[in-house]
Design a protein around this ligand. Structure first.
Ligand code: NAD
Ligand code: LMR
Length: 329
């Protein structure tokens, strides 16, 4: 195990998700209890003062593994030499904004950040996009970083994956540890498809364990897919601690690997698997090891699942066409 600090960039570092995320990274939640980390924190200029306060709290935590913290508003400096970039900062949809407006504003963030990663990140950089619309923001960053292999870019659907496990556990009375092989297909949006036809509860196919197709279609899928909106409604702000926990799970498993026989969900550039157009950043079942992943092959997709996957991929295709029309990719 190397004792050289691993450099982790976090954008939107003064925001709500980061307020949970940074403290977990600094305590070793991604790279384990023996690997020092250096945090490289990016914010917009007006948020740098608030970020100073967060850094004071990081200092005050006296984390043994925290080897250093750099902050700034210039991605070309902050991303210098980073091994992992967690792109959390994004422009959310405001009142009266169309999806196209949001994609345009985010293009102004993720295109320059992709270029900066291309120019100054370490050769082994891995990128996780949490900021919404996560899949298409990752697509923009990837397309602006021609020297970084495409498979280093990913977007977060692990929160959806974790929600899908939690809802299934609640329905079946199983513990979350008794659920395996969950998959989120498609976009991190209300069109996502949590798949109970390959997930297992205590080794039994989840759809059979549940035994109620109407519940799957009318309750389970919408509850998981609209959970983000339900949290915004209840909290008055979007999910933050669970989003940070999922970002940690995603990054940790990418390096540490999935358990034998199990897989996880990551939105990654499609290689054409399961009929998803090549290059779209879409969520798949993946196995991971040492910073690499493989899309699980050979799962049978029935007509119901096919329709759900196609609908979400159609939305991703439309988002890609919008950002292509804006000249962002
Ligand atoms: P927030 O508004 O509290 O924080 C976002 C931060 O990003 C702000 O501090 C802002 O100044 C910063 N920022 C904006 N543009 C930036 C830029 N160009 N460079 C660096 N920083 C920049 O929001 P939050 O609650 O922390 O959420 C962050 C993002 O994560 C949002 O897009 C949210 O929708 C998304 N999110 C995604 C998931 C998921 O599962 N994929 C879950 C929850 C939240
Ligand atoms: C979530 O899933 O909680 C976030 O992406 C917030 C949202 O807009 O749904």
């Amino acid at each position: 195990m190397s004792t050289t600090p691993v450099k982790v960039a976090v954008t939107g570092a003064a925001g709500n998700v980061s307020y949970s995320l940074l403290f977990r990274i600094a305590s070793g939640a991604i790279f384990g209890p023996d690997r020092p980390v250096e945090l490289r924190l990016l914010e917009v200029t007006p948020a740098l003062k608030a970020l100073e306060g967060v850094v004071m709290e990081l200092d005050d935590s006296a984390f043994p593994l925290l080897a250093g913290v750099e902050t700034g508003d210039d991605p070309n400096k902050v991303f210098d030499g980073v091994n992992l970039a967690l792109l959390v900062g994004a422009k959310p949809r405001g009142p009266g904004m169309e999806r196209g407006d949001m994609l345009k504003d985010n293009g102004g963030i993720f295109a320059p950040q992709g270029k900066a990663l291309n120019d100054v990140a370490a050769d082994d950089v891995r990128v996780v996009v949490t900021g919404n619309p996560a899949n298409t923001n990752a697509l923009i960053a990837m397309n602006n970083a021609p020297d970084i292999p495409n498979e280093r870019f990913s977007a977060l659907t692990r929160l959806d994956h974790n929600r899908a496990i939690a809802q299934l556990a609640a329905k079946t009375g199983a513990s979350v540890t008794e659920i395996s092989n969950m998959t989120i297909w498609g976009n991190h949006s209300a069109t996502q498809y949590p798949d109970l036809f390959h997930a297992k509860v205590k080794g039994q196919v989840a759809a059979e364990a549940v035994g109620d197709q109407a519940w799957i279609e009318d309750t389970y899928i919408p509850t998981v897919a609209k959970r983000g909106a339900a949290i915004i409604d209840a909290r008055g702000a979007s999910s933050a601690a669970s989003a940070a926990a999922a970002t940690i799970d995603h990054a940790r498993d990418w390096f540490a690997g999935t358990a034998q026989g199990d897989w996880t969900s990551m939105a990654v550039p499609s290689d054409g698997s399961y009929g998803v157009a090549e290059g779209l950043i879409s969520s798949f079942p993946v196995t991971t090891k040492d910073g690499d992943y493989e899309i699980v092959q050979g799962l049978e997709i029935d007509d119901f699942s096919r329709g759900k996957i196609d609908a979400s991929v159609q939305e991703l295709t439309e988002e890609r066409d919008t950002v292509r029309g804006l000249g962002l990719i």
